[in-house]
Design a protein around this ligand. Sequence first.
Ligand code: FPP
Length: 242
Amino acid sequence: MARSEQNKLPSHVAIIMDGNGRWARRRGLPRFLGHQQGVKALKKAVRFASDQGIQSLTVYAFSTENWQRPKEEVSFLLDLMHKTFVEEIDELHQEGVRIVLVGDRSNLSADILQLWQNAEGLTQDNTGLTLNVAFNYGGRQELLHVAKVLAQRAAVGDLDPAQIDESMVNDLLYTKGSPDPDLIIRTGGEQRLSNFLLWQSAYSELYVTDVLWPDFNEEHFASALDDFGQRERRFGRVGKKE
Ligand code: FPP
């Protein structure tokens, strides 16, 4: 049965794009070529998600921990992101994609922040795929940010701590405006979340594939969606089969 007939398409897919370094090493190439190839896979994934009618796609592009990579790799990744934005933004905009930066804006350099603000501003009214790019993102850092804002409001008397609920937290997360991810795909075979969407992933279905990110294509994406379509989601309740 086709996915559309099953009507179990995830609204929100999140991807941990892992394996760029290994992809390059296996070919005797420098790591940066793996990242370059990773951008090609990212373009395919964005187009595919948009064509399938998925509402939100969140991709883990650069974590708060990634700043600790060798300086040359960090600067290559930043340049690559800049170049990709410049090259792709018009087409993404034409396709109705809305771009959102999901991450800590407080310590970004002015030029990087400007790049994101331009992309967000240009695409803010688009009604197609929401592309959340997790950049300078860490799940614990995000929750600390939420805790600090709520504590600050309580300290000045604007908030009664007893009234803090899930919706208040949701409204302060960087992913505000997107539903929780239904499906999290991780390429590269590691079975962990790596500080990605810690709050939002509470009931997400996880799909791990050994395929390295630069090799991840439409067929792999379709297999992940098919697998998701067969899962029974219980959200902590008793299942239909029991
Ligand atoms: C993980 O592979 C991948 C990254 C840290 C970077 C992912 C980024 C991109 C695909 C490009 C982002 C570009 C834009 C425009 C948002 P790894 O280096 O950890 O691979 P390894 O586990 O094999 O070493």
